[in-house]
Design a protein around this ligand. Structure first.
Ligand SMILES: O=C(CO)[C@@H](O)[C@H](O)[C@H](O)[C@H](O)COP(=O)(O)O
Ligand SMILES: [Zn+2]
Length: 197
């Protein structure tokens, strides 16, 4: 069992090393942070969505912006699309594929951003959300796995996490990226939180 534990940790370490060595992937993280900063500078909001584990990531990301990341500060507007009453109504009346897009159509405003998370880059719910966002002038920041997915072609910025073919490994990189994005936003708006004591 210890061998499996070590093997899994080493795989995660290799995935991180590949990410660090991938200049294009690093630039995409920078571009995503700049997009989020622009949204907040123009008093916009950030939406996030994903399925399964990626929904948990979308919620984790949003709560650390509205609530707290490392230190206390005022809240930043972020909404993970996850309201069960909205989702059950839209799934029931229009189909599950529209649960996120309908929310963006209802609430999105030009200048907002959408973090669209899909490890495969193929889930119809996420593709529809990205299409709706584009049509409304909401910037699409996609977090996917390998490059070349349909989601990438709908995104203003695509962070393709080089995590291999398993969703869990890609998700491990995604949560790291999401924390980095929050930190970069905080450094811009709350630099005092990063000054040494
Ligand atoms: O968390 C995991 C796997 O680690 C799963 O629940 C996973 O999120 C689900 O299979 C999702 O439906 C996969 O969707 P996607 O990432 O391809 O858009
Ligand atoms: Zn966190």
């Amino acid at each position: 069992m210890i061998e499996h534990i070590k093997g899994s940790l080493l795989e995660a370490q290799r995935a991180l090393d590949n990410f660090i060595a991938n200049a294009e992937a690093l630039r995409s993280v920078e571009a995503a942070a700049e997009t989020l900063i622009r949204t907040y500078e123009s008093k916009g909001r950030v939406y996030s969505c994903g399925n399964g584990g990626s929904m948990c990531d979308a919620m984790h990301f949003a709560e650390e912006l509205t609530g707290r990341y490392r230190k206390n500060r005022s809240g930043l507007g972020a909404i993970a699309i996850s309201d069960p009453s909205h989702m059950s109504c839209v799934a029931n009346d229009f189909g599950y594929d529209y649960v996120f897009s309908r929310y963006i159509e209802s609430h999105g405003r030009e200048g907002d951003s959408l973090i669209a998370i899909s490890t495969s880059g193929k889930s119809p719910t996420i593709l529809n959300a990205a299409k709706a966002a584009r049509e409304m002038g909401v910037s699409v920041i996609a977090l996917t796995g390998k490059a070349g997915s349909p989601l990438e072609s709908l995104a203003d910025v695509c962070i393709c996490a080089p995590g291999g073919s398993y969703a869990d490994r890609v998700q491990e990189l995604h949560i790291k990226v999401l924390h980095i994005l929050i930190e970069l936003v905080e450094r811009r708006f709350f630099p005092e939180n990063y000054e040494r004591a």
